[in-house]
Design a protein around this ligand. Structure first.
Ligand SMILES: *Cc1c(COP(=O)(O)O)cnc(C)c1O
Length: 423
């Protein structure tokens, strides 16, 4: 029986009074999606940055099927299961040095909330309570109250502003501002006892695909060490290969005190997140005194099926030439994007690993001006899933994307410049 009438579904980040009818996606295979109407769409944004190897990777699908028939879910407080145990060990082995404990949750936002609570709990339990958080301008860490507090303020969270906690903000270390970022961090750490600095390493995603150099990340890490401030790396987007290394922190040769991974952890197939931390942070909560417990949970913490998908993802990393694919994709992206470097209709043509981005010069680039949705509709008509952030067009495909697929994407970007660009 089908129920008629308008859809009751309320979509994320969607103004339903303006949005076109969404395509009904019924199938995903590699870099491609198929709609109920038979339309094929190239997924050039990895379905919101989560799909790494491609949709429905056979190995991940098989792992999900197998685990689903064995153990679907079990309470994780006071209980454990083989998939979570193995996954935690493997993650600790792969992650930057010193990260020794793994706390599972189910989204990037929860991974960041856990990181903030771990940091604040650490300071409380070592008898030196600190709650001040330092964050980067243009940062994005999620849409819950805590993560919105640490993220950039603006249109997206204006309605909730009175509920958000205050943080110290560092100017974004874009070209020419690197020293100002570091000086502000240094001064902030000297002024007030700060609990932690949270950053998206090397590239802020939702804040406009803005990139900054590895040496700045290293300097921020060094300043945190010097001032005894915990360093939180939000690798929810950058993790699992996007920036050209397994983790962005690896590229800079640094190890955070706390790291958050989510999107690509299961290859994008299922929601799962993990917050890793150094031994000292776990140790500060380890006590026969129950008041020192880390009081955090969610119902599906370490869901066995999601953990099995994540283990299959790690097996793919270990056994398939993923690093070579990522390197090739980086080269292809560079070859494609470079033609726009001298094009006056574009600014800030940039690339980091598998991610390429460029800003289309338009008369009114503001998010509310609607150029983003206009461009998205233009790309959709060309058979592409590309969802610009305002006038920032970015290409972040799954690693299985082909050179021909990318030809299509960049031909459409050239077409968008013809149609909407201001020379
Ligand atoms: C997407 C994202 C988040 C939030 O992840 P969700 O799974 O959407 O809650 C947090 N931090 C960064 C850097 C992200 O890109």
């Amino acid at each position: 029986m089908t129920v008629a009438g308008p859809s009751p579904v309320w979509h994320p980040f969607t103004q339903h009074a303006l949005a076109p009818e969404p395509p009904v996606v019924v199938r995903g295979q590699g870099a491609w999606l198929t709609t109920a109407a038979g339309e094929r769409l190239l997924d050039a944004i990895s379905s919101w940055w989560v799909i790494t190897h491609g949709h429905c990777h056979p190995r991940i699908v098989a792992a999900i099927r197998e685990q689903a028939g064995e153990l679907d879910q079990v309470i994780f407080a006071g209980h454990t299961h083989p998939a979570a145990e193995e996954l935690a060990r493997r993650l600790v082995a792969l992650a930057p040095a010193g990260l020794a404990h793994a706390f599972f949750s189910d989204s990037g936002s929860t991974a960041v909330e856990v990181a903030l609570k771990m940091a604040i709990g650490y300071w409380r339990n070592v008898g030196e309570p600190r709650t001040r958080i330092i964050a980067l301008d243009h940062g994005y860490h999620g849409d819950t109250i805590g993560t919105m507090s640490t993220g950039a303020r603006g249109l997206y969270n204006a309605a909730y502003e009175p509920l958000l906690f205050d943080v110290t903000r560092l100017p974004f270390p874009g070209p020419g501002c690197e020293e100002a970022t570091l000086a502000t961090l240094d001064a902030a750490c000297r002024q007030t006892p700060c609990a932690a600095l949270i950053v998206e390493p090397l590239i802020v995603g939702a804040g406009g695909m803005r990139m900054y150099p590895a040496w700045v990340l290293r300097e921020m890490r060094r300043l945190c060490t010097r001032h005894g401030v915990l360093f939180i790396a939000d690798e929810v987007m950058t993790g699992f290969g996007r920036t050209g290394a397994l983790f962005a922190c690896d590229q800079a040769g640094i190890a955070p005190d706390i790291a958050c991974y989510a999107k690509g952890l299961t290859g994008g197939a299922l929601p799962l997140a993990v917050t890793l931390c150094r031994r000292e942070i776990f140790a500060a909560h380890y006590s026969t005194d129950r008041t020192r417990t880390f009081f955090h949970s969610s119902s599906f913490t370490a869901n066995p099926i999601a953990c099995a998908a994540a283990l299959a993802n790690l097996a793919i990393w270990a056994e398939e030439p993923v690093e070579a694919r990522i390197a090739t994709l980086g080269t292809l992206q560079e070859e494609q994007i470079t033609r726009f470097r001298d094009d006056p209709r574009f600014a800030n043509v940039r690339r980091l690993g598998t991610i390429a981005a460029l800003d289309l010069a338009v008369d009114d680039p503001g998010y509310l001006a609607g150029i983003g949705p206009t461009l998205a509709a233009f790309f959709r008509a060309a058979g592409l899933l590309v969802r610009p952030l305002g006038n920032t067009i970015y290409v972040m495909p799954p690693y299985c994307v082909t050179a021909d697929d990318l030809d299509r994407v960049y031909a459409a970007i050239a077409g968008a410049a013809e149609r909407f660009g201001r020379a």
